[in-house]
Design a protein around this ligand. Structure first.
Ligand code: SAM
Ligand code: SF4
Length: 468
Protein backbone atom coordinates (compact mmCIF):
# COMPACT_ATOMS: atom_id res chain seq x y z
CA UNK A 1 0.00 0.00 0.00
CA UNK A 2 1.44 3.36 -0.94
CA UNK A 3 2.06 5.73 1.86
CA UNK A 4 3.60 8.73 0.13
CA UNK A 5 4.05 11.27 2.90
CA UNK A 6 2.24 13.75 5.02
CA UNK A 7 4.82 16.48 4.26
CA UNK A 8 3.13 19.82 3.73
CA UNK A 9 -0.10 18.86 5.52
CA UNK A 10 -1.09 21.00 8.47
CA UNK A 11 -2.98 19.87 11.53
CA UNK A 12 -6.51 21.32 11.47
CA UNK A 13 -7.39 20.11 14.98
CA UNK A 14 -7.03 23.19 17.23
CA UNK A 15 -5.67 21.24 20.21
CA UNK A 16 -4.69 24.25 22.32
CA UNK A 17 -8.04 25.92 21.87
CA UNK A 18 -9.83 22.69 22.72
CA UNK A 19 -7.79 22.38 25.90
CA UNK A 20 -8.67 25.97 26.85
CA UNK A 21 -12.35 25.33 26.21
CA UNK A 22 -12.22 22.27 28.46
CA UNK A 23 -10.87 24.37 31.31
CA UNK A 24 -13.87 26.72 31.24
CA UNK A 25 -16.23 27.22 34.18
CA UNK A 26 -19.48 25.20 34.13
CA UNK A 27 -22.09 26.75 31.82
CA UNK A 28 -25.12 28.44 33.38
CA UNK A 29 -28.59 26.91 32.88
CA UNK A 30 -29.55 29.86 30.64
CA UNK A 31 -26.50 29.35 28.46
CA UNK A 32 -27.15 25.61 28.18
CA UNK A 33 -30.83 26.12 27.28
CA UNK A 34 -29.94 28.56 24.54
CA UNK A 35 -27.53 26.04 23.04
CA UNK A 36 -30.07 23.22 23.29
CA UNK A 37 -32.57 25.42 21.44
CA UNK A 38 -30.02 25.90 18.65
CA UNK A 39 -29.52 22.11 18.38
CA UNK A 40 -33.26 21.53 18.34
CA UNK A 41 -33.46 24.01 15.47
CA UNK A 42 -31.15 21.48 13.74
CA UNK A 43 -28.17 23.82 13.57
CA UNK A 44 -24.67 22.50 14.02
CA UNK A 45 -22.92 23.79 17.12
CA UNK A 46 -19.58 25.57 17.32
CA UNK A 47 -16.70 24.30 19.46
CA UNK A 48 -17.41 26.73 22.32
CA UNK A 49 -21.06 25.66 22.43
CA UNK A 50 -20.21 21.98 22.53
CA UNK A 51 -17.67 22.73 25.27
CA UNK A 52 -20.46 24.42 27.26
CA UNK A 53 -22.55 21.25 27.04
CA UNK A 54 -19.53 19.18 28.09
CA UNK A 55 -19.10 21.40 31.15
CA UNK A 56 -22.53 20.53 32.56
CA UNK A 57 -22.36 18.53 35.78
CA UNK A 58 -25.62 19.49 37.51
CA UNK A 59 -27.84 16.36 37.36
CA UNK A 60 -31.07 18.25 36.55
CA UNK A 61 -29.42 20.16 33.71
CA UNK A 62 -27.88 16.91 32.54
CA UNK A 63 -31.39 15.45 32.28
CA UNK A 64 -32.49 18.41 30.15
CA UNK A 65 -29.57 17.72 27.87
CA UNK A 66 -30.50 14.02 27.55
CA UNK A 67 -34.12 14.95 26.88
CA UNK A 68 -33.10 17.36 24.13
CA UNK A 69 -30.93 14.67 22.50
CA UNK A 70 -33.89 12.25 22.56
CA UNK A 71 -36.20 14.85 21.02
CA UNK A 72 -33.68 15.72 18.31
CA UNK A 73 -33.18 12.05 17.52
CA UNK A 74 -36.92 11.54 17.17
CA UNK A 75 -37.54 14.62 15.06
CA UNK A 76 -34.55 14.17 12.77
CA UNK A 77 -34.28 10.42 12.39
CA UNK A 78 -37.71 9.21 13.37
CA UNK A 79 -37.83 5.76 14.89
CA UNK A 80 -35.91 3.74 12.35
CA UNK A 81 -32.66 1.98 13.20
CA UNK A 82 -30.40 0.87 10.37
CA UNK A 83 -28.85 -2.58 10.85
CA UNK A 84 -25.53 -3.82 9.55
CA UNK A 85 -22.84 -6.42 10.28
CA UNK A 86 -19.04 -6.20 10.31
CA UNK A 87 -17.07 -8.60 8.11
CA UNK A 88 -13.40 -9.12 8.91
CA UNK A 89 -11.47 -10.19 5.80
CA UNK A 90 -7.81 -9.97 6.83
CA UNK A 91 -6.05 -9.44 10.15
CA UNK A 92 -2.41 -9.26 9.12
CA UNK A 93 -1.02 -5.99 10.36
CA UNK A 94 2.29 -4.15 10.27
CA UNK A 95 1.23 -1.59 12.89
CA UNK A 96 1.69 -1.69 16.64
CA UNK A 97 -1.47 -0.06 17.99
CA UNK A 98 -1.06 -0.70 21.70
CA UNK A 99 -4.78 -1.41 22.27
CA UNK A 100 -5.39 -3.83 19.38
CA UNK A 101 -5.25 -7.61 19.30
CA UNK A 102 -4.05 -7.52 15.67
CA UNK A 103 -0.89 -5.49 16.40
CA UNK A 104 2.21 -6.85 14.68
CA UNK A 105 3.96 -7.94 17.89
CA UNK A 106 1.07 -10.12 19.02
CA UNK A 107 2.27 -13.62 18.13
CA UNK A 108 -0.66 -15.15 19.99
CA UNK A 109 -3.29 -14.06 17.46
CA UNK A 110 -4.06 -16.40 14.55
CA UNK A 111 -3.31 -14.49 11.28
CA UNK A 112 -5.57 -15.10 8.38
CA UNK A 113 -6.82 -13.57 5.13
CA UNK A 114 -10.00 -14.98 3.63
CA UNK A 115 -9.65 -16.53 0.17
CA UNK A 116 -12.34 -15.63 -2.41
CA UNK A 117 -14.14 -18.88 -1.64
CA UNK A 118 -13.99 -18.25 2.10
CA UNK A 119 -15.23 -14.71 1.54
CA UNK A 120 -18.17 -15.98 -0.51
CA UNK A 121 -18.98 -18.48 2.26
CA UNK A 122 -19.05 -15.62 4.78
CA UNK A 123 -21.31 -13.52 2.55
CA UNK A 124 -23.67 -16.45 2.01
CA UNK A 125 -23.85 -16.98 5.78
CA UNK A 126 -24.59 -13.27 6.29
CA UNK A 127 -27.30 -13.07 3.66
CA UNK A 128 -28.85 -16.29 4.99
CA UNK A 129 -29.52 -14.33 8.18
CA UNK A 130 -31.02 -11.41 6.27
CA UNK A 131 -28.17 -8.90 6.26
CA UNK A 132 -28.09 -6.35 3.43
CA UNK A 133 -25.44 -3.93 4.68
CA UNK A 134 -21.95 -4.75 5.89
CA UNK A 135 -18.74 -2.99 6.79
CA UNK A 136 -15.56 -4.81 5.79
CA UNK A 137 -12.52 -4.59 8.04
CA UNK A 138 -8.82 -5.12 7.41
CA UNK A 139 -5.56 -4.75 9.29
CA UNK A 140 -2.92 -2.57 7.63
CA UNK A 141 -0.61 -4.71 5.52
CA UNK A 142 0.99 -4.66 2.05
CA UNK A 143 -1.26 -7.63 1.14
CA UNK A 144 -4.33 -5.38 1.50
CA UNK A 145 -3.85 -2.96 -1.39
CA UNK A 146 -6.71 -0.88 -2.80
CA UNK A 147 -6.90 -3.37 -5.70
CA UNK A 148 -7.26 -6.32 -3.32
CA UNK A 149 -9.94 -4.54 -1.30
CA UNK A 150 -11.77 -3.50 -4.49
CA UNK A 151 -11.75 -7.11 -5.66
CA UNK A 152 -13.26 -8.20 -2.34
CA UNK A 153 -16.02 -5.58 -2.68
CA UNK A 154 -16.84 -6.85 -6.17
CA UNK A 155 -16.84 -10.44 -4.92
CA UNK A 156 -19.27 -9.53 -2.15
CA UNK A 157 -21.71 -7.71 -4.45
CA UNK A 158 -21.59 -10.63 -6.91
CA UNK A 159 -22.45 -13.23 -4.25
CA UNK A 160 -26.21 -13.83 -4.16
CA UNK A 161 -28.52 -16.62 -3.03
CA UNK A 162 -32.29 -16.62 -3.54
CA UNK A 163 -33.52 -13.17 -2.53
CA UNK A 164 -30.40 -12.58 -0.48
CA UNK A 165 -27.67 -10.12 -1.44
CA UNK A 166 -25.47 -7.48 0.12
CA UNK A 167 -26.54 -4.08 -1.18
CA UNK A 168 -24.12 -1.79 0.59
CA UNK A 169 -20.50 -2.52 1.45
CA UNK A 170 -18.90 0.08 3.70
CA UNK A 171 -15.14 -0.06 4.16
CA UNK A 172 -12.98 0.33 7.26
CA UNK A 173 -9.36 -0.05 6.21
CA UNK A 174 -6.09 1.83 6.53
CA UNK A 175 -6.07 5.24 4.80
CA UNK A 176 -5.50 5.04 1.05
CA UNK A 177 -4.13 7.50 -1.50
CA UNK A 178 -6.52 9.38 -3.80
CA UNK A 179 -6.13 6.75 -6.55
CA UNK A 180 -7.06 4.05 -4.05
CA UNK A 181 -10.24 5.92 -3.14
CA UNK A 182 -11.12 6.36 -6.83
CA UNK A 183 -11.02 2.60 -7.07
CA UNK A 184 -13.27 2.29 -4.01
CA UNK A 185 -15.74 4.65 -5.66
CA UNK A 186 -15.55 2.72 -8.93
CA UNK A 187 -16.54 -0.57 -7.26
CA UNK A 188 -19.43 1.14 -5.48
CA UNK A 189 -18.54 1.22 -1.81
CA UNK A 190 -20.97 2.89 0.57
CA UNK A 191 -19.23 4.80 3.36
CA UNK A 192 -15.47 4.93 3.76
CA UNK A 193 -14.78 5.08 7.46
CA UNK A 194 -11.59 5.40 9.42
CA UNK A 195 -11.09 6.35 13.04
CA UNK A 196 -8.40 8.77 14.15
CA UNK A 197 -8.34 6.75 17.41
CA UNK A 198 -7.11 9.76 19.39
CA UNK A 199 -6.83 13.35 18.19
CA UNK A 200 -4.42 14.14 21.03
CA UNK A 201 -1.00 13.97 19.40
CA UNK A 202 1.16 12.92 22.38
CA UNK A 203 -1.32 10.08 23.11
CA UNK A 204 -1.45 9.20 19.41
CA UNK A 205 2.35 8.90 19.33
CA UNK A 206 2.37 6.71 22.45
CA UNK A 207 -0.39 4.44 21.12
CA UNK A 208 1.05 4.07 17.60
CA UNK A 209 4.78 3.73 18.12
CA UNK A 210 5.68 2.07 14.79
CA UNK A 211 4.40 1.39 11.29
CA UNK A 212 2.58 3.61 8.77
CA UNK A 213 -0.14 4.40 11.28
CA UNK A 214 2.43 6.33 13.35
CA UNK A 215 1.94 9.16 10.81
CA UNK A 216 -0.86 11.18 12.47
CA UNK A 217 -1.38 13.61 9.59
CA UNK A 218 -1.51 10.97 6.85
CA UNK A 219 -4.39 9.39 8.75
CA UNK A 220 -6.03 12.71 9.64
CA UNK A 221 -6.27 13.57 5.93
CA UNK A 222 -7.67 10.13 5.02
CA UNK A 223 -11.22 11.46 4.66
CA UNK A 224 -10.00 14.47 2.65
CA UNK A 225 -8.34 12.16 0.13
CA UNK A 226 -11.46 9.97 0.09
CA UNK A 227 -13.55 13.04 -0.81
CA UNK A 228 -11.03 13.97 -3.50
CA UNK A 229 -11.26 10.44 -4.86
CA UNK A 230 -15.06 10.72 -5.11
CA UNK A 231 -16.08 8.86 -1.93
CA UNK A 232 -18.26 11.56 -0.45
CA UNK A 233 -19.86 9.49 2.28
CA UNK A 234 -17.11 9.38 4.88
CA UNK A 235 -17.20 8.29 8.51
CA UNK A 236 -15.21 9.79 11.38
CA UNK A 237 -14.45 8.16 14.71
CA UNK A 238 -12.31 8.08 17.81
CA UNK A 239 -11.47 5.17 20.05
CA UNK A 240 -12.64 6.19 23.50
CA UNK A 241 -10.35 5.32 26.38
CA UNK A 242 -7.04 6.56 24.97
CA UNK A 243 -7.32 10.16 26.16
CA UNK A 244 -9.85 12.56 27.80
CA UNK A 245 -13.18 11.76 26.13
CA UNK A 246 -14.23 15.40 26.14
CA UNK A 247 -11.13 16.37 24.13
CA UNK A 248 -11.91 13.67 21.56
CA UNK A 249 -15.54 14.81 21.33
CA UNK A 250 -14.50 18.39 20.53
CA UNK A 251 -11.88 17.15 18.07
CA UNK A 252 -14.54 15.12 16.24
CA UNK A 253 -16.56 18.30 15.88
CA UNK A 254 -13.45 20.17 14.65
CA UNK A 255 -12.89 17.41 12.07
CA UNK A 256 -16.52 17.68 10.92
CA UNK A 257 -16.20 21.46 10.59
CA UNK A 258 -12.99 21.00 8.57
CA UNK A 259 -14.79 18.72 6.10
CA UNK A 260 -17.69 21.14 5.81
CA UNK A 261 -15.28 23.99 5.11
CA UNK A 262 -13.09 22.06 2.68
CA UNK A 263 -15.76 20.13 0.77
CA UNK A 264 -19.11 21.64 1.68
CA UNK A 265 -20.14 18.26 3.11
CA UNK A 266 -19.84 17.05 6.69
CA UNK A 267 -19.28 13.45 7.79
CA UNK A 268 -21.88 10.80 6.99
CA UNK A 269 -21.34 9.01 10.31
CA UNK A 270 -19.61 9.22 13.65
CA UNK A 271 -18.29 6.11 15.39
CA UNK A 272 -17.31 6.18 19.04
CA UNK A 273 -15.99 2.75 19.99
CA UNK A 274 -14.89 2.28 23.57
CA UNK A 275 -11.78 0.20 24.18
CA UNK A 276 -12.50 -3.42 24.98
CA UNK A 277 -10.31 -6.30 26.07
CA UNK A 278 -8.04 -7.58 23.34
CA UNK A 279 -5.74 -10.57 23.01
CA UNK A 280 -2.55 -10.49 25.04
CA UNK A 281 -2.84 -6.92 26.23
CA UNK A 282 -3.29 -5.22 29.58
CA UNK A 283 -5.71 -2.27 29.73
CA UNK A 284 -4.59 1.09 31.12
CA UNK A 285 -7.63 2.46 32.97
CA UNK A 286 -6.40 6.09 33.07
CA UNK A 287 -8.87 7.40 30.47
CA UNK A 288 -11.54 4.72 30.74
CA UNK A 289 -14.97 6.15 29.89
CA UNK A 290 -17.74 5.15 32.31
CA UNK A 291 -21.22 4.23 31.08
CA UNK A 292 -22.55 7.54 32.36
CA UNK A 293 -19.85 9.53 30.57
CA UNK A 294 -20.49 7.45 27.46
CA UNK A 295 -24.18 8.39 27.57
CA UNK A 296 -23.22 12.07 27.87
CA UNK A 297 -20.80 11.74 24.98
CA UNK A 298 -23.46 10.27 22.69
CA UNK A 299 -26.11 12.81 23.65
CA UNK A 300 -23.70 15.74 23.20
CA UNK A 301 -22.39 14.49 19.85
CA UNK A 302 -26.01 14.13 18.70
CA UNK A 303 -26.74 17.70 19.74
CA UNK A 304 -23.50 19.13 18.29
CA UNK A 305 -23.85 17.72 14.76
CA UNK A 306 -27.53 16.97 14.19
CA UNK A 307 -27.07 15.90 10.55
CA UNK A 308 -24.56 13.08 11.09
CA UNK A 309 -25.58 9.43 11.56
CA UNK A 310 -24.25 7.81 14.72
CA UNK A 311 -23.09 4.20 14.93
CA UNK A 312 -23.32 2.25 18.18
CA UNK A 313 -21.49 -1.06 17.86
CA UNK A 314 -21.88 -4.45 19.49
CA UNK A 315 -18.75 -3.72 21.51
CA UNK A 316 -21.32 -2.50 24.04
CA UNK A 317 -23.58 -4.85 26.04
CA UNK A 318 -27.24 -5.24 25.02
CA UNK A 319 -28.81 -3.48 28.00
CA UNK A 320 -26.64 -0.40 27.57
CA UNK A 321 -27.28 -0.33 23.82
CA UNK A 322 -31.02 -0.32 24.50
CA UNK A 323 -30.69 2.80 26.65
CA UNK A 324 -28.22 4.63 24.41
CA UNK A 325 -30.19 4.20 21.20
CA UNK A 326 -32.63 6.84 22.37
CA UNK A 327 -29.92 9.46 22.72
CA UNK A 328 -29.26 9.67 19.05
CA UNK A 329 -27.84 6.51 17.53
CA UNK A 330 -29.21 5.70 14.10
CA UNK A 331 -27.20 2.60 13.15
CA UNK A 332 -26.27 -0.57 15.03
CA UNK A 333 -24.63 -3.82 14.07
CA UNK A 334 -26.38 -7.03 15.04
CA UNK A 335 -25.56 -10.72 14.91
CA UNK A 336 -21.92 -9.66 14.65
CA UNK A 337 -18.95 -12.02 14.60
CA UNK A 338 -15.50 -10.52 14.42
CA UNK A 339 -13.28 -13.58 14.17
CA UNK A 340 -12.09 -14.33 10.64
CA UNK A 341 -14.53 -16.83 9.12
CA UNK A 342 -16.83 -16.29 12.09
CA UNK A 343 -20.14 -16.37 10.18
CA UNK A 344 -19.60 -19.51 8.13
CA UNK A 345 -17.48 -21.43 10.63
CA UNK A 346 -19.19 -20.14 13.76
CA UNK A 347 -18.06 -21.59 17.04
CA UNK A 348 -20.16 -21.04 20.15
CA UNK A 349 -17.55 -19.11 22.15
CA UNK A 350 -15.71 -15.89 21.44
CA UNK A 351 -11.98 -16.53 21.12
CA UNK A 352 -9.82 -13.52 21.87
CA UNK A 353 -6.87 -15.05 20.06
CA UNK A 354 -8.80 -14.85 16.81
CA UNK A 355 -10.46 -11.48 17.32
CA UNK A 356 -9.50 -7.84 17.45
CA UNK A 357 -11.29 -7.25 20.77
CA UNK A 358 -14.17 -8.65 22.84
CA UNK A 359 -17.80 -8.02 21.83
CA UNK A 360 -20.44 -7.09 24.40
CA UNK A 361 -23.61 -7.96 22.45
CA UNK A 362 -23.50 -11.31 20.65
CA UNK A 363 -27.24 -11.80 20.13
CA UNK A 364 -28.35 -13.04 16.69
CA UNK A 365 -29.91 -10.60 14.22
CA UNK A 366 -33.48 -11.88 14.57
CA UNK A 367 -33.39 -11.42 18.34
CA UNK A 368 -32.25 -7.80 17.97
CA UNK A 369 -34.91 -7.22 15.30
CA UNK A 370 -37.56 -8.63 17.65
CA UNK A 371 -36.43 -6.36 20.46
CA UNK A 372 -36.48 -3.28 18.22
CA UNK A 373 -39.99 -4.13 17.00
CA UNK A 374 -41.22 -4.57 20.56
CA UNK A 375 -39.85 -1.12 21.35
CA UNK A 376 -41.77 0.33 18.39
CA UNK A 377 -38.63 0.99 16.32
CA UNK A 378 -38.46 0.22 12.59
CA UNK A 379 -35.47 -2.00 11.83
CA UNK A 380 -34.20 -0.82 8.44
CA UNK A 381 -31.86 -2.29 5.84
CA UNK A 382 -32.33 0.67 3.52
CA UNK A 383 -29.60 1.25 0.95
CA UNK A 384 -31.59 3.50 -1.38
CA UNK A 385 -29.74 6.80 -1.09
CA UNK A 386 -26.31 5.84 -2.28
CA UNK A 387 -27.67 3.47 -4.92
CA UNK A 388 -29.81 6.28 -6.29
CA UNK A 389 -26.92 8.72 -6.18
CA UNK A 390 -28.10 10.62 -3.13
CA UNK A 391 -24.66 10.80 -1.50
CA UNK A 392 -22.57 13.54 -0.02
CA UNK A 393 -25.38 15.95 0.71
CA UNK A 394 -25.71 14.93 4.29
CA UNK A 395 -27.84 17.85 5.06
CA UNK A 396 -30.44 16.34 2.78
CA UNK A 397 -32.29 13.76 4.84
CA UNK A 398 -32.15 16.17 7.60
CA UNK A 399 -32.69 19.56 6.09
CA UNK A 400 -34.87 18.90 3.06
CA UNK A 401 -38.43 19.20 4.28
CA UNK A 402 -40.29 15.92 4.12
CA UNK A 403 -37.22 13.86 3.19
CA UNK A 404 -37.71 11.34 6.00
CA UNK A 405 -41.40 11.03 5.22
CA UNK A 406 -40.82 10.66 1.47
CA UNK A 407 -37.81 8.36 1.50
CA UNK A 408 -36.52 7.10 4.85
CA UNK A 409 -39.68 5.80 6.49
CA UNK A 410 -41.12 4.18 3.34
CA UNK A 411 -37.76 2.55 2.53
CA UNK A 412 -37.39 1.32 6.10
CA UNK A 413 -40.86 -0.25 5.91
CA UNK A 414 -40.15 -1.84 2.52
CA UNK A 415 -36.91 -3.41 3.71
CA UNK A 416 -38.58 -4.54 6.93
CA UNK A 417 -41.32 -6.21 4.90
CA UNK A 418 -38.65 -7.95 2.81
CA UNK A 419 -36.89 -9.18 5.92
CA UNK A 420 -40.09 -10.46 7.48
CA UNK A 421 -41.14 -12.26 4.30
CA UNK A 422 -37.75 -13.88 3.71
CA UNK A 423 -36.39 -14.48 7.20
CA UNK A 424 -39.06 -13.83 9.82
CA UNK A 425 -40.48 -16.53 12.10
CA UNK A 426 -44.29 -16.43 12.46
CA UNK A 427 -43.92 -14.59 15.79
CA UNK A 428 -41.56 -12.01 14.31
CA UNK A 429 -43.87 -11.48 11.33
CA UNK A 430 -46.70 -10.74 13.68
CA UNK A 431 -44.66 -8.18 15.60
CA UNK A 432 -43.42 -6.67 12.35
CA UNK A 433 -46.90 -6.43 10.85
CA UNK A 434 -48.03 -4.49 13.91
CA UNK A 435 -45.18 -1.98 13.56
CA UNK A 436 -45.79 -1.56 9.82
CA UNK A 437 -49.52 -0.99 10.44
CA UNK A 438 -48.77 1.56 13.17
CA UNK A 439 -46.39 3.46 10.88
CA UNK A 440 -48.81 3.39 7.95
CA UNK A 441 -51.53 4.81 10.19
CA UNK A 442 -49.33 7.85 10.80
CA UNK A 443 -48.95 8.64 7.08
CA UNK A 444 -51.34 11.02 5.32
CA UNK A 445 -53.68 9.54 2.71
CA UNK A 446 -51.90 10.72 -0.42
CA UNK A 447 -50.31 9.36 -3.59
CA UNK A 448 -47.09 8.55 -1.73
CA UNK A 449 -48.92 6.32 0.71
CA UNK A 450 -50.84 4.55 -2.10
CA UNK A 451 -47.56 3.84 -3.87
CA UNK A 452 -46.03 2.54 -0.64
CA UNK A 453 -49.01 0.25 -0.02
CA UNK A 454 -48.72 -1.07 -3.57
CA UNK A 455 -45.03 -1.80 -3.12
CA UNK A 456 -45.55 -3.49 0.25
CA UNK A 457 -48.13 -5.73 -1.42
CA UNK A 458 -45.74 -6.42 -4.31
CA UNK A 459 -43.08 -7.53 -1.83
CA UNK A 460 -45.52 -9.92 -0.24
CA UNK A 461 -46.11 -11.27 -3.77
CA UNK A 462 -42.37 -11.92 -4.13
CA UNK A 463 -40.90 -8.75 -5.70
CA UNK A 464 -37.71 -7.42 -4.09
CA UNK A 465 -35.55 -4.31 -3.85
CA UNK A 466 -38.34 -1.79 -4.36
CA UNK A 467 -37.17 1.52 -3.06
CA UNK A 468 -37.87 5.23 -3.31
N1 SAM B 1 -6.80 -1.54 10.71
C1 SAM B 1 -7.51 -0.43 10.22
C2 SAM B 1 -7.26 0.78 11.07
O1 SAM B 1 -6.62 0.64 12.09
O2 SAM B 1 -7.72 1.83 10.68
C3 SAM B 1 -8.96 -0.75 10.11
C4 SAM B 1 -9.77 -0.59 11.31
S1 SAM B 1 -9.72 -1.72 12.63
C5 SAM B 1 -10.05 -3.23 11.88
C6 SAM B 1 -11.23 -1.12 13.34
C7 SAM B 1 -11.16 -0.25 14.56
O3 SAM B 1 -11.26 -1.07 15.70
C8 SAM B 1 -9.91 0.55 14.82
O4 SAM B 1 -9.88 1.72 14.06
C9 SAM B 1 -10.02 0.82 16.32
O5 SAM B 1 -10.66 2.05 16.58
C10 SAM B 1 -10.92 -0.29 16.82
N2 SAM B 1 -10.26 -1.10 17.84
C11 SAM B 1 -9.00 -1.59 17.82
N3 SAM B 1 -8.72 -2.23 18.99
C12 SAM B 1 -9.83 -2.12 19.77
C13 SAM B 1 -10.17 -2.56 21.10
N4 SAM B 1 -9.32 -3.22 21.87
N5 SAM B 1 -11.41 -2.27 21.56
C14 SAM B 1 -12.30 -1.61 20.80
N6 SAM B 1 -12.04 -1.17 19.55
C15 SAM B 1 -10.82 -1.42 19.04
FE1 SF4 C 1 -3.65 -2.97 12.85
FE2 SF4 C 1 -5.88 -1.49 12.76
FE3 SF4 C 1 -5.33 -3.10 14.86
FE4 SF4 C 1 -3.91 -0.95 14.50
S1 SF4 C 1 -6.15 -1.01 14.91
S2 SF4 C 1 -3.07 -2.97 15.00
S3 SF4 C 1 -3.81 -0.83 12.30
S4 SF4 C 1 -5.77 -3.73 12.77
Amino acid sequence: MTHPSSDGLTDFIPAERIQELLDRAPATPAEVREILAKSLAKRRLELAEMAALLSVSDPALQEELFAAACTLKKTVYGNRIVLFAPLYIGNKCTNSCVYCGFRAENRQVVRRTLSDDELRAEVLALIAKGHKRIVIDYGEHPDYSAEVIAHAVETIYATKAGNGEIRRVNVNCAPLDVEGYRLMKAVGIGTYQIFQETYHRPSYAAMHPRGDKADFLWRLYGQDRAMEGGCDDVGLGALFGLYDWRFEALALLAHAIHLEEAFGVGPHTFSFPRIKDASNRALDPAYAVSDEEFARLIAILRLAVPYTGMILTAREPAALRRRLLAFGCSQIDAGSRIELGGYSEASAEQDLDKEQFRLGDCRPLDEVVGELLEAGEIPSWCTACYRRGRTGEHFMEFAIPGFIKRFCTPNALLTLQEYLSDYGSPALREKGAAVIAAELAKLPEDAGKSELLARLAAIEQGQRDLNF
